[in-house]
Design a protein around this ligand. Structure first.
Ligand SMILES: C[S@@+](CC[C@H](N)C(=O)[O-])C[C@H]1O[C@@H](n2cnc3c(N)ncnc32)[C@H](O)[C@@H]1O
Length: 222
């Protein structure tokens, strides 16, 4: 019997490929509107719904964070939703200062409650649009994002040269591996060297490093 994962991958593969090949779509009004309407409808039940994808997301985040080698002090979590990535990052880098942004207030309210309950004080949750960030260039040592579109041009702009980008997914692991060359090309065009894509269960993580010089591929591999 064909598994749900195979069906999901069959549907996701062309979709992910399409977004990677036409990243401009992410700046379009229609895309941004869809990114508001859908998450705001599911915000209250989001954490319950995530139970299925949760295991692979946790594992992928855990393994991805072990690969962070630059001792980040300033970190931003793009599209934090109910705070999954920022809360995991805060455990691993308790001395860092973390900004976690999303455009849905209800999601951020849940994230704030979770942080308070866990006694985490180094995350500031803010309403913001990941496609148009209100931060200076080169502010952050690490950009993380999980289960969300990668708003790559803004992520790269706010990363300092040599800074790291970690994108983590609970789905599409097989798809991302198959699209390794396309992701590599997409990252490169935007000033990021792809260091690693790793499949974890049904999920995956991708780790990249912003070019240290404008010239390009000059980063030491891990
Ligand atoms: C599937 S949820 C993932 C949430 C969280 N990162 C996680 O792993 O559970 C996707 C999130 O991306 C946010 N998002 C999508 N586009 C965004 C944008 N342009 N600016 C800010 N947040 C955005 C949505 O509001 C939603 O909370």
């Amino acid at each position: 019997m064909v598994s749900i994962v195979k069906i999901k991958n069959f549907i996701l593969s062309p979709l992910i490929k399409w977004v990677i090949k036409h990243p401009g779509i992410m700046g379009s009004k229609l895309f941004l509107k869809a990114m508001i309407i859908f998450p705001s409808k599911i915000s209250k039940t989001y954490d319950e719904r995530m139970v299925d994808g949760g295991q692979d997301l946790h594992k992928a985040m855990d393994q991805g964070l072990r690969r962070i080698f630059n001792k980040p002090q300033k970190i931003i979590d793009l599209c934090t939703g109910t705070g999954f990535a920022s809360l995991e990052v805060a455990k691993v880098f308790p001395m860092s200062s973390i900004d976690a942004i999303d455009q849905i207030t209800e999601m951020l309210d849940i994230a704030r409650k979770k942080a308070r309950k866990r006694g985490i004080q180094n995350i500031v949750f803010k309403v913001a649009n990941a496609a148009k960030l209100n931060y200076k260039d080169n502010e952050f040592d690490l950009v993380v994002t999980s289960n969300a579109p990668i708003y790559l041009s803004e992520a790269v702009r706010v990363l300092r040269p040599g800074g790291l980008l970690l994108a983590v997914y609970s789905f599409g692991g097989e798809v991302f591996l198959r699209l390794n060359a396309e992701v590599d090309q997409y990252f490169n065009k935007n000033g990021i060297e792809l260091l690693e894509i790793k499949r974890i269960g049904n999920g995956a993580y991708a780790l990249g490093q912003k070019f240290k010089n404008q010239g390009g591929m000059d980063n030491a591999n891990i």
